[in-house]
Design a protein around this ligand. Structure first.
Ligand SMILES: Nc1nc2c(ncn2[C@@H]2O[C@H](COP(=O)(O)OP(=O)(O)OP(=O)(O)O)[C@@H](O)[C@H]2O)c(=O)[nH]1
Ligand SMILES: [Mg+2]
Length: 351
């Protein structure tokens, strides 16, 4: 293969660049940018749902939604610009308040769409769930239960897990990476202290932090609210040792399997707050799309504010024009070379 390749290159061929074919298709107007982005998502899909989502984008699902928003925006722009071009004729017909109102409605609709990015990210990239708690509280046991295999060592000796252990599973089509960490306690040795620190750092990067409280210990009545960016869940482990459940927390047992299915569901619920049906299944999948939609929504809101502040109609027109331009950029119109370089650079060679 490599000799063949060398011969081809000597005869004048060259290596394709990353994403070169998709980029050409985009630049020749065969694909809009949302669909071009979807190609790299199809290739990178880590689960069936991620793949299905990418496939839907490739079929133009999100693109058609953005196109319809853009049509509304263009109509609004025409209304407000008519008034500038033909002030005498336009003024009596143009109802500024109606335009401002429509701009607000459009802003709300665009925000709703851009908010689906959180779900889109979960579907595309999956989630990370870190299990943390005191030593010997049953973290590794519940970890093994959740992934359905004996991956982490379990022992009655406290301090069994030394740093962290990771394993990936797919639940309801979403890739879930579970991270079992070393239990916390006043460490006995320097090595243990380092292990705890490594686990803590890894856990800090996860999307969900699962705190475990062993039924053998007093279960805290009030839970600390950290207010960080992570979702936090608290559960009781070794629930089979409790006679009566006296806790509002989810009771689980790695021994009997009690509560394990509910725990899986609780983890998925924690990250998928907005269901897929919202927005007719249109989901924003890239940070680029999200940022542009946010900017468009902000622009339409500013158009309303200009109206509310009795600013000249030109100001309102300016805001609407810029916001409409942001919507066009989502589809890939008038997007700068640097953005394209960055976007296609993520593709595999030759795709
Ligand atoms: N009865 C009962 N015992 C359990 C359960 N889960 C874990 N244990 C026991 O609790 C002990 C500690 O379990 P591990 O899963 O190793 O706990 P850990 O939190 O990972 O411990 P470290 O890694 O040392 O921090 C072991 O002896 C387990 O057999 C459970 O659901 N019921
Ligand atoms: Mg452990």
């Amino acid at each position: 293969m490599s000799r063949l390749l060398r011969a081809a290159i000597e005869a004048g061929a060259r290596h394709a660049e990353a994403g070169e074919f998709t980029r050409r298709a985009f630049q020749n107007g065969k694909l809009d940018l949302i669909r071009a982005e979807a190609i790299s998502d199809v290739i990178a899909a880590s689960s069936e749902r991620a793949w299905r989502l990418a496939q839907a984008q490739l079929d133009g699902s999100l693109g058609s939604k953005v196109t319809s928003l853009r049509a509304q925006a263009t109509e609004l722009l025409a209304e407000v610009e008519a008034c500038i071009d033909f002030p005498e004729e336009g003024e009596p017909y143009l109802d500024n308040s109606a335009v401002a109102e429509k701009a607000t409605l459009l802003a709300d609709e665009i925000s709703l769409l851009s908010n689906t990015f959180t779900l889109g990210k979960v579907l595309r990239e999956g989630i990370e769930v870190a299990i943390s708690g005191p030593v010997n509280s049953g973290k590794s046991s519940i970890f093994n239960r959740l992934i359905d295999r004996e991956r982490a060592i379990v022992d009655s000796l406290p301090g069994t897990t030394r740093d962290f252990v990771e394993a990936s599973v797919v639940w309801s089509g979403i890739q879930v990476t579970l991270i079992d960490t070393a239990g916390t306690r006043k460490a006995e040795s320097r090595v243990e202290l380092q292990g705890i620190e490594l686990g803590r750092k890894r856990a800090a990067e996860a999307d969900v932090l699962l705190h475990v409280h062993s039924a053998e210990e007093p279960i805290p009545r009030s839970l600390p609210v950290t207010g960080g960016p992570q979702m936090e869940l608290h559960i009781v482990t070794k629930g089979d040792l409790l006679d009566r459940a006296e806790t509002p927390l989810l009771l689980t047992s790695a021994k009997t399997g009690e509560g394990v299915e509910q725990l899986r569901q609780a983890i998925l619920d924690a990250v998928c707050t907005r269901d897929t049906e919202a927005n007719d299944g249109h989901i924003v999948t890239s940070e680029r799309q999200r940022a542009l939609l946010e900017a468009a929504a902000a622009g339409f809101r500013q158009a309303y504010q200009a109206f509310a502040a009795h600013a000249p109609v030109e100001i309102m027109a300016l805001e609407i024009r810029e916001a409409t331009q942001r919507l066009a950029e989502v589809m890939g119109e008038r997007v700068g070379e640097e953005v394209l370089d960055q976007l296609f650079g993520r593709f595999c060679i030759g795709k």
